[in-house]
Design a binder for this molecule. Structure first.
Ligand code: MEV
Length: 324
């Protein structure tokens, strides 16, 4: 048995516009970040994760991703992506693990195969959702979903009666600051909350339709580099997400603190806690405002490379990186 390590990494992501409504097939715009998750695997006599016995029932992503692996593996991970915070940690982890496992098997998976693995792992773990995070964390750069006339289509994914047409978009030269509330909020319950709201009330569907329109307008503002309009639409999207019930006081506090120094701000990801994002020309002022209201600012670079094979081994330490 070879006990060589095989390593891969994938970037986290943040949603510029369209989270939650994308689950219902509406458009979305999402960018990969320069925060990455790395994973290393090697054959072993027992499954382990970062030096401890691996309980697959507590690690549903790994359980799914190893469903066709008939031997034990050691896993080492290192993360710069805050977990359970809307920054794509579960899709990035799944993409990195899927690529490391395929490489260990001697395979060379396509991006589409990695997206199917990563999206499959997320569905297995969280029950419902779109392939947005998996697409961004595998492909990297900038991703648009269900936006007409984007000419660089990557893949189309269908599930039940929904279709997501995923395209590569040019990464805008814009500066974004993330604010982390520090409250962990897994995606599954937030997605389920909106599903129940939508089932009970036509009002929720109207809000979701409106979010779709806001995202389409926002995408065209982004293409024209119209920061004022894009920012305004991000703030409007935050209000619509709040009406759907996925914001919280801590997120609203950080959004409001950022607004005087931003074009606009909104929660990013599934909400209920986690992170917000502000579009700004004054990242230092926004970071200060976020910190003064108890949040952790992260000045990110967007549009980073997607999932890739790594030469060095993950160090088995998780780290939530604050201000860069
Ligand atoms: C979470 O990053 C994004 C959501 O839209 C869920 C999903 O698309 O699967 C809330």
């Amino acid at each position: 048995m070879s006990n060589r390590w095989y390593s891969a990494s994938a970037p986290g992501k943040f949603v510029v516009l369209g989270e939650h409504s994308v689950v219902y097939g509406k458009p979305a715009v999402v960018l990969a970040t320069d925060l990455r998750i790395k994973c290393s695997v090697r054959r072993s006599y027992m499954n382990s994760l970062n030096g401890e016995k691996l309980d697959l029932y507590r690690q549903p992503h790994i359980k799914y991703l190893t469903r066709d692996v008939h031997y034990c593996l050691d896993f080492l991970t290192t993360s710069q992506v805050p977990s359970g915070s809307g920054m794509g940690s579960s899709a990035a982890l799944s993409a990195a693990i899927a690529l490391a496992i395929s490489t260990e098997k001697g395979e060379e998976p396509s991006e589409r195969q990695l997206v199917d693995e990563s999206y499959g792992a997320e569905l297995y773990a969280q029950g419902n959702g779109s392939p947005m995070d998996a697409s961004a964390c595998v492909h990297g750069g900038g991703i648009a979903i269900n936006i007409p006339n984007t000419n660089n289509e990557l893949w189309t994914i269908k599930r039940n009666d929904r279709t997501w047409r995923v395209s590569d978009i040019k990464v805008p030269d814009l500066s974004f600051v993330i604010g982390n509330t520090g409250i962990k909020a897994p995606t599954g319950p937030q997605v389920e909350k909106i599903r129940r709201f939508k089932e009970k009330s036509g009002f929720a569907s109207e809000i979701i339709d409106e979010m779709g329109k806001v995202t389409l307008e926002g995408y065209s503002a982004l293409r024209k580099n119209d920061k004022e309009k894009l920012g305004r639409l991000m703030t409007q999207d935050h209000k619509l997400l709040s009406i759907l019930g996925v914001s919280c006081n801590e997120l609203n506090k950080l959004v409001n603190a950022s607004l005087p120094y931003s074009y606009g701000a909104k929660l990013t990801g599934s909400g209920g806690g986690g992170c917000m994002v502000a579009l700004t020309d004054r990242p230092d002022k926004v970071a200060e405002a976020i910190a003064s209201r108890g949040g952790t600012p992260i000045v990110i670079n967007s549009g980073s490379e997607g999932a890739r094979i790594e030469k060095s081994i993950a160090d088995g330490k998780r780290m939530d990186i604050p201000l860069q």
